[in-house]
Design a protein around this ligand. Structure first.
Ligand SMILES: Nc1ncnc2c1ncn2[C@@H]1O[C@H](COP(=O)(O)OP(=O)(O)OP(=O)(O)O)[C@@H](O)[C@H]1O
Length: 662
């Protein structure tokens, strides 16, 4: 294994060195982590070395934004380094058989990363089951943790707690299964000093009695006095990695804050040549350091890799770590990186039990969300059946009827009579459920149309009845004045294609209906009054096609598809955004398990959605179905399943990216 030193020299890791590093709880060497593009990288960790011996409390200190959380994410296997190496509990995080991520680690992220709708007990049950504990074991430990962390009743909902209380529940969930390595990102924020002290006492007890290793970040520098080692981080580098007493002694201060300050000043001066940094350190040490120069960590076999000061792999560290006496069994030295194919083989029953239970509980607790999921398809199908596919009614048409005097009533004789045919025609037009608005002149009617108050103008000539009768009687001998005088002039607003076509159809059909009625009343041949076109029995489909029936299958399938997409990706995105997903992955749950658990719960929700859509479409709104109803159900469920798969593939791609550490 090779790496490149800052000076360009190739560094080759010796096997003995690797063995030594794997004995530590956490060992980081020459870690480089950047964000952003390759051309303009934002360097977060810069050749950082870190050594956390087993059974110690390691206080990771540094200003906000210096890279603590990034470093911890790399340690728990949630992010990968650009270069450098990390060993955690003897293995490489994320490699097969390392157990990291997994229950060997207890990770408390900086975000609350809990389900606000759950009670404390439900939260602890979930994380306990994930870690393989039984419900009884969880209940026993919960009683202890509630007392230790001064938490209220276990039946209270987390969302009703203050931020500080929520952090304590998060800490309880991390401590629950007594992991070998605890990684706590700011666990004491918002915690009262006395409680903070008891948390620290408990952590000290864990290290001394159980041999637990703890890495803790905090902004309260002085609380880390109880830590065995402190790593002071600044600008992606360690300023020092030492015991608190030693730091205080070296820098001749009473507080770690002052020591940090002195080191920061030295780091700033470190922009100058390395030799001058050394002289600065020596100068500072004249006033502040003990006589004895830094003692090289016995556990190290290569002084150039001692946890660095100022990121330059030189050390004034005097951490005294007990020599490694009995080496714990190490995970297999498997260098193979995580592959998504591995996920196919990982289905741990207690993980699946916890995940499916949690998903259902989350759905039940989010009643608003559940109602939305189930109710939205119903609303959509109801709106569709009510509004789409039916002919619009009450459309206004401006009428200028020049055949009758202005202001007089438009009456007519409905028997075999050829007078006032304009009124008879308008009556048929009204039967098409349109609203006729009378105007005295064309100009007023046009203004109404341009102002959107009518969809068109119907203008009837003065002697319409006589002229149309003459036109029928004269037939081919009718002159232009007869033809002009028998024509109804129509001008439509054609801006809406559907409405315009429908009005065109209706004005023609109204005339045909009137002609047929007169033919019946006058005992003429009705067919002679029709257009010379006959529509026979359709080959396929009904005689009067219905647009709702035509569009319904597409709409039903679209609803079931897209709601399943929204449901599946939505549920997982909420988890991801709240940091819960990261926490679950660190606890050892695989991406595949998370997805399968969501598929299980969401398939049931999707079945409910599909059932409601079908019930409303076919039983409430009576949509036509001439085929096999079982096929309708199967197709709807399959469409929903496709939507779920699509939603999952979108999110699983993101998850994979997330899993592969950006
Ligand atoms: N995913 C990311 N993409 C780009 N930049 C990031 C990302 N995550 C963190 N950073 C940047 O990396 C830097 C270090 O962030 P990090 O969260 O590790 O700091 P921190 O020391 O934990 O801070 P705090 O104490 O406030 O939590 C910050 O400048 C942050 O903006």
């Amino acid at each position: 294994m090779t790496d490149t030193a800052p000076n360009g020299r190739k560094l080759v890791t010796q096997q003995s060195t690797v063995w030594t590093r794997r004995q530590h709880a956490v060992c980081v060497r020459r870690a480089v982590k950047t964000y952003g593009s390759k051309t303009a990288p934002h360097v977060i960790l810069e050749n950082l070395n870190m050594t956390v011996p087993k059974g110690c409390i390691y206080g990771l200190l540094g200003a906000s934004g210096c890279g603590k959380t990034t470093l911890l994410s790399c340690i728990v296997g949630r992010r990968t380094l650009n270069s450098g190496e990390i060993w955690v509990l003897g293995g490489k995080p994320g490699s097969r058989g390392s157990g990291v991520p997994g229950p060997r680690i207890g990770y408390m992220p900086q975000e609350i990363a809990l389900y606000g709708e759950f009670t404390i007990r439900e939260t602890l049950l979930y994380f306990g089951w994930v870690a393989g504990m039984t419900s009884n074991q969880i209940d026993d430990k919960m009683t202890f943790l509630l007392k230790l962390l001064q938490l209220p009743s276990s039946n209270k909902y987390i969302k009703n707690f203050s931020g500080g209380q929520q952090r304590r529940v998060s800490l309880a969930a991390t401590l629950l299964h007594d992991p070998e390595l605890l990684i706590l990102d700011e666990p004491t924020v918002g915690v009262d000093p006395i409680l903070r002290q008891s948390i620290w006492d408990y952590l000290v007890k864990l290290t001394s009695e159980n041999g637990t290793t703890i890495i803790i970040t905090t902004h309260y520098i002085d609380e880390t006095k109880q830590a065995h080692t402190i790593g002071l981080m600044r600008g992606g580098k360690f300023l020092a990695e030492d015991s608190p007493n030693s730091l205080l002694e070296k820098y001749n201060t009473d507080s770690l804050e002052d020591a940090f300050l002195k080191l920061s000043i030295l780091q700033n001066r470190g922009k100058r040549r390395r030799s001058s940094i050394l002289s600065d350190i020596v100068a500072a040490a004249t006033a502040t350091m003990p006589e004895t120069p830094g003692v090289v960590n016995e556990g190290f076999d290569n002084s150039s890799e001692i946890s660095g000061e100022f990121g330059e792999n030189m050390s004034v560290s005097n951490i005294k770590i007990a020599p490694i006496e009995i080496a714990d069994p190490l995970p297999p030295d498997d260098e193979t990186d995580w592959s998504w194919k591995d996920a196919l083989h990982i289905f741990t029953p207690h993980h699946m039990k916890a995940l499916i239970w949690k998903n259902f509980l989350w759905l039940i607790r989010n009643f608003g969300m559940l109602s939305f999921i189930i109710g939205l398809p119903v609303i959509q199908i109801v709106l569709f059946c009510l509004s789409i596919g039916r002919d619009p009614v009450g459309l206004k048409l401006g009428v200028i009827n020049n055949e009758i005097p202005i202001g007089s009533e438009c009456t007519f004789n409905s028997s075999c009579n050829y007078e006032r045919l304009s009124c008879r025609y308008l009556d048929y037009l009204e039967k098409k459920k349109h609203t006729l608005v009378m105007y005295n002149n064309t100009l007023d009617a046009k203004i109404a149309v341009t102002h959107g108050k009518a969809w068109g103008i119907i203008e009837i000539p003065p002697q319409f009845s006589e002229m149309i009768t003459a036109r029928i009687e004269l037939g081919r001998y009718a002159n232009d004045s007869v033809i002009d005088g028998s024509e109804i002039n129509i001008q439509l607003d054609m801006s809406n294609q559907q409405v315009a076509y429908m009005l065109q159809r209706d004005v023609i059909f109204a005339l045909e209906d009137m002609a047929k009625d007169i033919a019946v009343k006058c005992q003429l041949n009705v067919l002679a009054m029709s257009l010379p076109i006959r529509f026979n029995q359709p080959i396929y489909g009904p005689e009067v096609p219905n647009f709702t029936d035509f569009a319904a299958p597409g709409v039903i399938l679209t609803i079931s598809f897209f709601l399943a997409v929204a449901l599946t990706s939505g549920a997982m995105l909420i988890e991801r955004n709240e940091g819960i997903l990261e926490r679950c992955l660190v606890s050892g749950i695989t991406a595949m398990e998370i997805m399968c658990s969501h598929i299980t719960t969401q398939f049931i929700a999707m079945l409910a959605q599909s059932a409601l859509v079908i019930i409303f479409a076919f039983f409430v709104f009576d949509l036509t179905n001439h085929g096999n109803f079982a096929l309708v159900i199967i197709l709807t469920v399959l469409s929903g399943t496709c939507g779920m798969t699509f939603g999952k593939s979108k999110i699983s791609f993101k998850l994979l990216i997330f899993r592969l550490n950006f």
